[in-house]
Design a protein around this ligand. Structure first.
Ligand SMILES: Cc1cc2nc3c(=O)[nH]c(=O)nc-3n(C[C@H](O)[C@H](O)[C@H](O)COP(=O)(O)OP(=O)(O)OC[C@H]3O[C@@H](n4cnc5c(N)ncnc54)[C@H](O)[C@@H]3O)c2cc1C
Length: 382
């Protein structure tokens, strides 16, 4: 029997690659290995579950057995690969060696954990996969007050969603505005005001220094001396691409596992895509890029070497109280922001010196202009 194509990871990257590959090749043995339970779900939906009143089972799109059948694949769940022997084309699961024809790393990114003093560290929950979400939902049942750490895209989405779910939400983040690095100030102010209209309270500037149990739940101490009473904490302070296995195997890593436009790592027959990969210098933690990579890599694995290209990659942020679409300027591009509109309806455009549109942030009614603007945006990987 021929050696399998092995995909490590069953997130959107791993499963979409497997689906694209099976469209082209129905026969080659396919093995998927995942540290989690292998259920298929759409990760972006994790920050919509409270508003829609959906638990983890409600967000699950397919059980692992159904995925194995659909993909004509073996799927090993709750199985963590521990090493890669690139020279001998095999990977390690503890003592077990698993040979591969091609190995694809779709390992995702792990949550950054910040050190917090106090006697309640177990009340801090990251939500980065379906199992995390199930744990957080169980802990939040019957509770009222959630402190969100981080005011980035994911922190703001959860603030909106938890508010819709009836929770009282406070956010703490060491920045001057929400989504710094992604939004110009006027657009950030529109989103913050929208979330505040739902009752969310912001503590921008300080960090959480300690979390203590109290008679009525928890008491969070912030670095500016503020104390926030809450029942649990959702941590959304950032993600770090999983590169350790690749680095230990001698593959080139930078911010992510370094791959070329054909998604090949520095070693033949090993590829990477999704949150763990840095594609031609870009580590984009979004769905659209990984879908483009899955389509291109499936072709390559099927014998037609294919380079991925990225068009414009606008991101729709799920803050329905203040609709938001953002397309950040390409890396290294130099431009000037101009802002039109006021209040909830902001149209912020970034142009270069020649007047070419580089990026935008649209809030409120201005999001209607996204399709027309998308046509003017430059491709991120031409
Ligand atoms: C709350 C939230 C909301 C989001 N909203 C949006 C959005 O609206 N739009 C958008 O474009 N993007 C959004 N994103 C980002 C998007 O969801 C991710 O970019 C994407 O899901 C990443 O998929 P992935 O398959 O690369 O990683 P993951 O889904 O993290 O999958 C990684 C897989 O690797 C496995 N794994 C890891 N280590 C090992 C190991 N050693 N051995 C075996 N298996 C291992 C894991 O078990 C898992 O199966 C959001 C992210 C979050 C957290």
């Amino acid at each position: 029997m021929s050696l399998p194509v092995v995909i490590v990871g069953t997130g959107l990257a791993g499963y979409n690659l497997a689906k694209e590959f099976r469209k082209l090749d129905a026969q080659t043995p396919l093995l998927l290995i995942t540290a989690d339970d292998g259920r298929s779900y759409s990760k972006p939906m994790l920050s919509t579950g409270f508003g829609k009143n959906k638990d983890a089972d409600g967000l699950c799109m397919a059980e692992v057995g159904a995925m194995a059948e659909q993909l004509n694949a073996e799927i090993r769940t709750h199985t963590r690969i521990s090493g890669i022997d690139a020279g001998h084309r095999q990977l390690w699961i503890g003592e077990e060696a698993v040979p591969y024809r091609d190995l694809i790393l779709a390992l995702g990114a792990e949550v950054i954990r910040v050190p917090v003093a106090g006697d309640a560290p177990e009340a801090i929950f990251p939500v980065n996969d379906l199992e995390d979400y199930a744990r957080f939902r169980a802990a939040a049942a019957g509770k009222q007050r959630v402190l969100v750490l981080g005011a980035g895209l994911i922190g703001c989405e959860f603030a909106n969603d938890l508010s819709l779910g009836g929770y009282s939400v406070e956010l703490v983040a060491p920045c001057e505005q929400v989504m710094p690095g992604l939004l110009p100030m006027a657009a950030a102010a529109a989103v913050q005001a929208g979330l505040e209209s739902l009752g969310a309270r912001f503590h921008l500037g300080p960090v959480l220094t300690s979390l203590q149990r109290s008679d009525s739940g928890l008491l969070a101490h912030l670095s500016d001396g503020t104390q926030v009473a809450c029942d649990l904490v959702l941590s959304a302070v950032g993600l770090r691409p999983r590169t350790d296995l690749a680095a230990a195997a001698g593959l080139a890593v930078n911010r992510g596992v370094v791959v070329d436009r054909q998604l090949q790592t520095s070693h033949a027959n090993i590829y990477a895509l999704g949150d763990c990969a840095e594609v031609d210098g870009l580590n984009l933690l979004y769905v659209m890029p990984l879908m483009a990579c899955a389509r291109a890599l499936a072709q390559t694995l099927n014998g037609t070497p294919t380079a991925v290209s990225y068009g414009p990659m606008p991101v729709t942020v799920k803050t329905p109280v203040c609709p938001l679409v953002v397309s950040p300027p390409p890396r290294g591009a130099v431009g000037e922001w101009t802002v039109e509109g006021s209040g909830a309806d902001i149209k912020a455009l970034c142009h270069d010196a020649q007047g070419n549109l580089l990026g935008y942030a649209l809030t409120g009614t201005a999001v209607q202009e996204k399709l027309a603007l998308n046509r003017q945006l430059p491709a991120l990987l031409a």
